[in-house]
Unconditional design. Structure first.
Length: 145
């Protein structure tokens, strides 16, 4: 997916031009499709002066979120699994249940913020919550000893 900073729309796939405003990403294209640097005035291959307009750079926050969303999701999954394993080994305590609830709330909040920025983990907050509830029910149903 590519984000167009000019029209603020997401484009599926890796198109050369924005499907909404027709601008390009960090290049200028002539009508024949030749790729030129963003500061070019004429096509370097065919000499045409009718070049596309570049859309500009993607905002830093969106680049940071899109790059780090998988890292954050992996970290949340690790925290949940570590808490659940600790609950299995030592039996559930109030502190562990509170930690699990805080992790779930953090994941839901970040998922909401990312949806507002038109990014997504491609999983819903509801599915995260349901998975954590199932883990909790499974852990509390285990009798140790």
């Amino acid at each position: 997916m590519r984000y167009c900073p000019h029209c603020q729309q997401w484009n599926h796939g890796r198109p050369m031009r924005c499907r909404y405003c027709g601008r390009t990403w960090n290049v200028r294209l002539c009508p024949r499709g030749h790729v030129n640097p963003p500061d070019a005035n004429f096509c370097g291959e065919c000499g045409q002066g009718d070049l596309s307009e570049p859309a500009g750079g993607t905002p830093l926050l969106l680049r940071f979120l899109s790059f780090n969303k998988h890292l954050f999701l992996s970290f949340v999954v690790f925290l949940v699994l570590a808490t659940v394993i600790d609950m299995i080994v030592s039996g559930p305590t109030d502190g562990q249940i509170s930690a699990l609830i805080c992790i779930v709330m953090l994941a839901l909040a970040v998922n909401f913020v990312m949806k507002m920025a038109k990014l997504s983990f491609r999983i819903s907050g509801r599915s995260i919550f349901q998975a954590i509830v199932r883990f909790y029910r499974w852990v509390t149903s285990i009798r140790i000893g």
